[in-house]
Ligand binder design. Structure first.
Ligand code: PMP
Length: 368
């Protein structure tokens, strides 16, 4: 037998994939981890018990319900929407990917307003969808007039906005959402996707604006409010004709039975979850106040469970200093439009205090 032929170089992937950088959010083993916008609390103990109880009765040798009917019906009821408007996937990132697989592609375009969630343009590129870049205003809101002009110029098949916006915390006013969805509807060729991963922390949502004859999709996740980042569950509310296309594109049986059950059972713990949201919103507002009172720091208003702030110092040095004090936040200091900006996730009261104390010390160290 001939020896097997060996290759000296790795097989190249698609050219556009080769040119991509992966998505990285560095994890370090530190005392206080406030960098990935998760909930600081695990799900209620009663949830885990109820979830495992139901799981014990699942016929594991069978594929899960392909349409995730029970989960979608429960979610739809909670949201006051018909079930046909709900699509579920493994985290809201998979919802975004499915939207792009169905509506993006080489001959089409997506539009996003920077600075925003990096995965919108990253997943667009992964699906071969060219991405046009709009700018947010200096206060990080989307200007409806500029946005409308960009929609007319590019006729994108997907326009992304994110409210509250990651990483800035900015909330889109309902007029901006209306203006954007009207602009997209006027082209007759696109969808407006409002990413509300942090929607429960905010005072308003676009979910009630979803209608069967408007090209509006609102994306949500269980990863933040529902303390279920490890489960991987997200969903969107969209006109039924969008949901039908998404179901066509997504892999069969993509949503495992434990995930479907977790999503449904979690809804029984609404009261506990609402109490956590209230607590996190109080802590966010306390953090914002404290940062406003801290010399050398400019925080931005936030409707989410995190706060973006700019330091009047070298942001990288401040981030390094925080890590040295055992506190990890997200470093945006070298990002375009976000120079010297850091983003802190709202943690427990103790974690937030540890962060504030470390920040105050680091700022003294780097400016003295
Ligand atoms: N959208 C935004 C704006 C996010 O910040 C995140 C998580 N960082 C996601 C979507 C994805 O969340 P998941 O896939 O965990 O639902």
């Amino acid at each position: 037998m001939n020896p097997p032929i060996r290759i000296s170089e790795p097989v190249p992937p698609r050219d556009d994939v080769q040119a991509l950088e992966g998505y990285h959010s560095p994890q370090l083993d530190v005392r206080v981890r406030l960098n990935t916008n998760e909930s600081p609390y695990p799900p209620p103990a009663g949830f885990v018990e109820a979830w495992l109880d139901e799981l014990a009765n699942v016929p594991l040798h069978r594929y899960p319900d392909r349409q995730a009917r029970d989960l979608r019906a429960a979610l739809a009821q909670r949201l006051g929407q018909p079930m046909e408007r709900v699509f579920c996937a493994n985290g809201s990132n998979e919802v975004l990917q499915t939207l792009l697989l169905a509506y993006g592609g080489h001959a089409r375009r997506a539009l996003a307003f920077e600075p925003t969630y990096a995965l919108h343009s990253h997943i667009a590129r992964l699906t071969g969808t060219p991405i046009a870049e709009g700018e947010r205003r200096p206060d990080f809101t989307v200007d409806p007039e500029t946005a409308t002009k960009l929609v007319e110029r590019h006729t994108p098949s997907i326009v992304f906005t994110c409210s509250p916006n990651n990483p800035t915390g900015t909330l889109d006013p309902p007029e901006a959402v209306d203006a954007l969805v009207d602009a997209v509807a006027a082209t007759g060729r696109g969808l407006l996707v409002v990413d509300e991963a942090y929607g429960e922390f905010a005072s308003r949502s676009a979910i009630q604006q979803v209608d069967d004859d408007r090209p509006l999709v609102v994306v949500r996740t269980y990863s933040k409010v529902w303390s279920m980042a490890a489960i991987r569950l997200g969903f969107c509310v969209a006109p039924p004709w969008v949901v039908e296309e998404l179901e066509k594109v997504v892999l069969p049986y993509h949503l495992a039975a434990p995930t479907q059950i977790a999503g449904r059972v979690a809804l029984r713990f609404d009261t506990e979850m609402k109490a956590r949201v209230d607590e996190l919103v109080r802590e966010r507002d306390r953090l914002l106040d404290a940062l406003e009172g801290q010399a050398g720091v400019v925080p931005y208003p936030s409707g989410a469970n995190f706060v973006l702030f700019r330091v009047q110092a070298d942001g990288q040095r401040v981030w390094d200093g925080l890590v040295a004090h055992g506190v990890l936040v997200r470093n945006f200091s070298r990002w375009p439009r976000l120079h010297d900006c850091l983003r802190v996730t709202v943690g427990t009261r103790d974690e937030n205090d540890a962060f504030l104390e470390a920040l105050s010390r680091v700022l003294t160290e780097v400016t003295s």
